[in-house]
Ligand binder design. Structure first.
Ligand code: UD1
Ligand code: CA
Length: 472
């Protein structure tokens, strides 16, 4: 006998009415990533992307474009008439295509985002070992309200008789503690046979996939339930913003624990917001209220002080981010010191050992090794060499109202305080510009440029004025 084939269907067509949001439910984010992307990522650990069928409907184009890079198939459920109706579309999809349906179909919910690949594998293996027509993944949460309940044949039996939705529970079923996770394995042929028998005679007037359980039992087929072993959070659904934020916290705490296990110190981890994709090396210290987002990578022996927000950036080793730094698509080389309150906008490249201090904003800037811009400065569209000092209050005037222009500053340059560097302009190696200068012309290497009027001093003028005003 050849190994049975498996495919995964992910139900993601629903609107998410309970969210009261314009955005489709499966595109809401936890841990910095859309719910559906979490589910697809887990499924991809178990089957090839070409064996994943994402069922889309509400805002189908938006959902598709958000996950199109994942390489899955899409099945359209134009009208959303329930989870059973969603899977009917998968059956129709196979009928209309020349793809052979798999022997077994794993069904995942797009709004059950913490599901782990290990659990998907466990339900697959249990399903095969039991030779079941349907296997239901279950859990026993503290509060089962809102979930469908799994009715076992008898307590302790692996066999299930039915799934009853919360709104359809009979009084004597209200205490059933075991919930349906919305994750299942089906023998495809058995599932497809029962799908045509579904009806909408229930509290929500929908075609429930959950009714397939009792239909199969009625046809003498085997339905089993498997309780998830990885903790209840893994199978919780995200139907409301509050539920999503609970899962977001659970996911971020798991990320913080992973980093701590790798040698990262995180003070008050519950206050930090760290996306699951973030990497941090050992001996780096994160202070409370730090946010590390997107594809951020932080090297070892760094210290990131409170209230810094780092997004899609790469930070080397031994870097210090003082309080309140904001980084977006920036790179920071080893030993650099930033902040407090430095703002690195996209394409800022800060060199080894460089300093970017208080209230300094950078954009499309390369700051060379050991260079310093410590106070109240804007550097945009500039290439700055190494060992250069940018005085307090320096501004690159990169924008003429229509176009952006480049400022080029060499090595070991000293830019005086409060200079305006009117781009395009080049300042050569070793040059000095006087404080308060408006630099409009290139400054050759080794020169001094003063671009302000000379000071005039009138001895005694102030005292005379004061006594004149007092007399009147
Ligand atoms: C469903 C189950 C319930 C289970 C719970 C677990 C049914 C009838 N009920 O309830 O037993 O405890 O999940 O989280 O299945 N969807 C579609 N097309 C539709 C309707 C829904 O694709 O026409 C998708 C949704 O986008 C969602 C998933 O199916 O990702 C589940 O739908 P939802 O309405 O959230 O079902 P629940 O009421 O949570
Ligand atoms: Ca749900």
């Amino acid at each position: 006998m050849s190994t049975p084939t498996f495919a995964v269907a992910i139900m993601a067509a629903g609107k998410g009415t309970r969210l009261k949001s314009k955005r489709p439910k499966v595109l809401h984010e936890i841990g910095g990533k859309a719910l559906l992307l979490h589910v697809i990522a887990a499924a991809k650990q178990v089957v090839r992307p070409g064996d994943i069928y994402v069922i889309v409907g509400h805002e189908a184009d938006k959902v598709k474009s958000a996950v199109s890079a994942e390489g899955t198939h899409f099945v359209l459920q134009a009208e959303q008439r329930g989870t059973g109706h969603a899977i009917q579309q998968v059956k129709a999809f196979f009928a209309a295509s020349d793809i052979t349906p798999p022997d077994h179909l794993l069904v995942l919910s797009g709004d059950v985002p913490l599901i782990r690949p290990e659990t998907i594998t466990a339900i697959r293996d249990f399903h095969l070992a039991q030779d079941a027509s349907m296997t239901i993944l279950t859990a026993v949460p503290e509060d089962p309200t809102g979930y469908g309940r799994v009715i076992r044949r008898e307590p302790g039996s692996s066999e299930a008789l039915a799934i009853v939705e919360q709104k359809d529970l009979k009084p004597e079923q209200r205490d059933t503690p075991e919930i349906n996770s919305g994750i299942y394995a089906f023998r495809t042929a058995s599932l497809f046979t029962q799908l045509d028998k579904l009806n909408a005679n229930n509290a929500q007037g929908e075609l429930y996939l959950t009714d397939v359980a009792s239909l199969l039992v009625g046809s003498g087929e085997k339905v089993v339930a498997l309780e998830a072993t990885g903790g209840v959070d893994e199978v919780l659904g995200a139907n409301t913003i509050a539920e999503m934020m609970y899962l977001d916290e659970a996911m971020r705490m798991a990320t913080a624990r992973r980093l701590m296990a790798q040698g990262v110190t995180i003070f008050r981890p519950e206050t930090c917001v760290i996306d699951s994709s973030v990497q941090v090396a050992a001996d780096t210290v994160l202070e409370p209220f730090v946010q590390l987002l997107g594809n951020t990578v932080v090297g070892g022996d760094c210290r990131i002080r409170s209230y810094s927000v780092v997004q899609n950036s790469t930070i080397g080793e031994r870097v210090i981010l003082r309080n309140g730094c904001i980084l977006d698509q920036a790179t920071v080389a080893n030993g650099a010191i930033l902040g407090p309150y430095a703002h690195l906008r996209p394409e800022s490249h800060i060199g080894e050992g460089a300093h970017v201090g208080n209230f300094v904003e950078t954009k499309k800037v390369t700051l060379g090794k050991g260079s310093k811009a410590n106070h109240l400065t804007y550097l945009g569209d500039a290439v700055i060499g190494s060992g250069t000092n940018i005085g307090a209050g320096v501004i690159t005037c990169n924008y003429d109202g229509v176009n952006k222009h480049q400022t080029t500053i060499g090595d070991n340059v000293f830019i005086g305080s409060d200079n305006a560097l009117v781009a395009p302009v080049t300042i050569g190696d070793g040059a000095i510009t006087a404080a308060g200068s408006i630099i409009t012309d290139n400054v050759p290497a080794g020169s001094l440029a003063i671009a302000r009027s000379r000071q005039e001093t009138k001895p005694g003028w102030a005292d005379e004025r004061r006594s004149r005003l007092k007399k009147n």
